[in-house]
Design a protein around this ligand. Structure first.
Ligand code: NIG
Ligand code: FE
Length: 395
């Protein structure tokens, strides 16, 4: 992860939406024949891959934010009627058109910060119709830009109507929602919020095993707030990613490091929630694990769109080298989104998804923060002019 390859005075040859060649300008120019040339000045990165978002929702959660400032924590706010279930109540009232319009505006902000592929979860429906509606919205926007990878997160929380019947809700997810999602072919992954007070390791195991049997890939919200052994479960089940991990145990770190599962760390969440916990990026990397950084973009715990900011936090909060932070939002982000061979690298055969940063040294990407360095974005070789698209209200 600590090795990035930097080409100076380079060129990228794009053909049919894919990268055909990359290297020194003079060499690529010879190969390019009559190609149309676009000159750029700055550092061209692979388009960033955000491997963990909850981008389909209605309202902002402005009261939660103030309550937290006055000393209430995430779980207390949830118990008092805020939290995920307040977004669920709101999302259930929204039409597909409304959700689609809001999601498009928000994804435009991610794109404007250089993100060209986004994993997006359902999980603010928690009933069959609304979970399917969220996934249909993701499907309708999937071609982008940015391109989307859909994840079913019916086990994000136990909805109010099942509060005293949690086993019945887990059964609903397994017996009705999962088969319907798979029948419609509208999700690539299944995820569960595995956390004390939300879903236990045993419940998460049952949901993920059922999802795996139906052919879905697996992801897990693991060890975010208190920790319960989610990292070990994700590694054991061969999940593509284990996400959050701020409370992962030494055994969980070891299990992930010796597995193929990517650790997706979300430092924006800890920052926004005002928590001091740090995900064990250094320990994971030093033990041979693969680490990605993602925004967790959602209305409750991380309403932020910038992967370069996550790279800054990766360096300054999690002890990652700048090169590791860049890898974490490109190559490893793509791996955590199931796109390892297709996106996240400027290499022949990969999608021509590119982000130009107005910087002289690639390390500046993870250095300047709170300002958008991304000047231009291409998806499939086509320019997106993301800044104009981003100038829309978010709610
Ligand atoms: O990743 N942890 C669970 N889900 C989100 C929070 C969602 C919300 O608060 O609405 C997260 O932090
Ligand atoms: Fe999340």
């Amino acid at each position: 992860m600590a090795q990035v390859e930097v080409v100076r005075d380079g060129a990228v040859l794009v053909r049919d939406g894919r990268i055909a060649a990359v290297g020194p300008y003079a060499e690529v120019r010879r190969e390019a024949g009559g190609a149309r040339v676009t000159e750029v000045d700055g550092v061209l990165f692979p388009g960033f891959v955000d491997a963990h978002t909850h981008a389909v929702f209605g309202m902002a959660r402005l009261e939660d934010h103030e309550r937290r400032a006055l000393g209430k924590d995430y779980k207390t706010i949830a118990a008092e009627g805020g939290g995920i279930l307040s977004s669920v109540r709101d999302t259930r009232t929204r039409t597909a058109d409304e959700l689609s319009d809001l999601t498009r505006r928000r994804l435009a902000r991610l794109l404007a910060h250089g993100t060209t592929t986004v994993e997006v979860k359902s999980g603010y429906g928690l009933d069959l119709a609304t979970e399917l509606r969220q996934l249909e919205v993701i499907g309708a926007l999937a071609e982008g830009p940015p391109r989307l990878v859909p994840t079913f997160l019916g086990a994000h929380e136990v909805p109010a109507e099942y509060r005293d019947r949690r086993a019945a809700y887990v059964a609903l997810v397994i017996d009705e929602m999962l088969p319907a999602v798979v029948r419609q072919g509208i999700a690539r992954y299944c995820d569960v919020f595995c956390e004390p007070g939300v879903f236990t390791v045993a419940e998460a195991r049952r949901v993920l095993e059922a999802a795996g049997a139906l052919g879905l890939g697996l992801k897990l919200h693991a060890d975010e707030l208190d920790g319960s052994g989610g990292a070990e479960l994700a590694a054991e089940l061969g999940a593509v990613s284990a996400d959050h991990l701020a409370k992962a145990s030494p055994a969980g770190i070891a299990a992930l490091a010796s597995s193929e599962t990517v650790a997706v760390l979300l430092p924006g969440t800890m920052l926004f929630l005002g928590k001091g916990d740090r995900a064990p990026a250094r320990a994971l990397i030093d033990a041979g694990g693969a680490v990605a950084l993602a925004t967790d973009f959602n209305p409750g715990s991380s309403p932020g769109a910038s992967l370069p900011l996550m790279a800054t936090l990766g360096v300054s909060q999690l002890g990652m080298r700048p090169a590791e932070a860049v890898m974490a939002i490109t190559v490893n982000g793509a791996a955590a989104a199931g796109e390892a061979g297709a996106r996240g690298q400027i290499a022949p055969g990969f999608a021509a998804d590119l982000a130009l940063a107005a910087v002289r040294d690639w390390r500046e990407l993870a250095y300047w923060y709170g300002m958008n360095l991304v000047a231009e974005v291409w998806v499939g070789g086509l320019p997106c002019h993301p800044r104009e698209a981003a100038l829309k209200f978010l709610v």
